[in-house]
Design a protein around this ligand. Structure first.
Ligand code: BEZ
Length: 211
């Protein structure tokens, strides 16, 4: 069965381009992103890993460790990383798991047999400091992901895990947020001293509380 939101992200040990890791030790007490690619030396994957490398500082700022996985061996990964660095003008500084035996791919349900019997789809899991799955996204091999969107979602996940707020459609860091339905307007006014704008009794906005 596939992993669902709120499930515990399974731990594993793996060989990576940065040496052997234990996933939980790698994550420590911070956030993590585990994401899969169909195969090494493929064009879309090359751009995805390049884009992730470009955003490394943004992930670090948010205390998010990034870990890629593909079902190819380590020597192939190492050669491919050189190509990514060259063609995308980056330095890939996060590990890539060499998952030749598909341990991680199977544990996280990254192979969807009706899409491909052998290659992983583009799965991405955001894992919280409690090791629970906070977000899953799945894209087909033919469509590269938007890693700026992944950062935006991390911002929302981190904010909403600390405050009784939710984020509206297309929300970006710094914009007004929504008071969750569980809080009465009377309590919201006390909780959010920057103000509460009541559009409807169920639709109430407040400035982002941690700004
Ligand atoms: C790619 O990463 O470029 C790719 C992989 C499999 C199918 C299509 C594209």
């Amino acid at each position: 069965m596939s992993l669902r939101l709120g499930d515990t992200a399974p731990n594993f040990q793996a060989k990576t381009t940065a040496g052997d890791i234990d996933f939980y030790e790698f994550l420590g007490n911070g956030w993590g992103i585990l994401f899969s690619h169909p195969a090494d030396y493929t064009p879309v994957c090359t751009t995805e890993l390049g884009k992730t490398a470009l955003l490394q500082d943004e992930f670090a700022k948010r205390n998010v460790k990034v870990l890629a996985v593909s079902v190819d061996p380590l020597d192939k990964h190492l050669g491919w990383v050189k190509d990514i660095n060259e063609t995308q003008q980056v330095t890939v500084g996060f590990p890539i798991i060499a998952d030749s035996d598909r341990t991680v791919a199977n544990l996280y349900g990254m192979i969807h047999p009706n899409a491909s019997e052998t290659a992983t789809v583009r799965s991405l899991f955001v894992i919280g400091p409690d090791k629970k799955v906070k977000l899953t996204i799945t894209y087909p091999a033919s469509t590269g992901r938007n890693f700026v969107e992944v950062l935006r979602v991390v911002d929302s996940l981190q904010l909403t895990s600390n405050y009784s707020v939710a984020t509206p459609a297309d929300w970006k860091e710094g914009e007004d947020v929504i008071v969750v339905p569980a809080i009465s307007t009377e309590d919201a006014i006390k909780k959010f001293p920057k103000g509460v704008k009541v559009v409807k009794p169920y639709l109430r906005y407040t400035p982002q509380p941690n700004k």
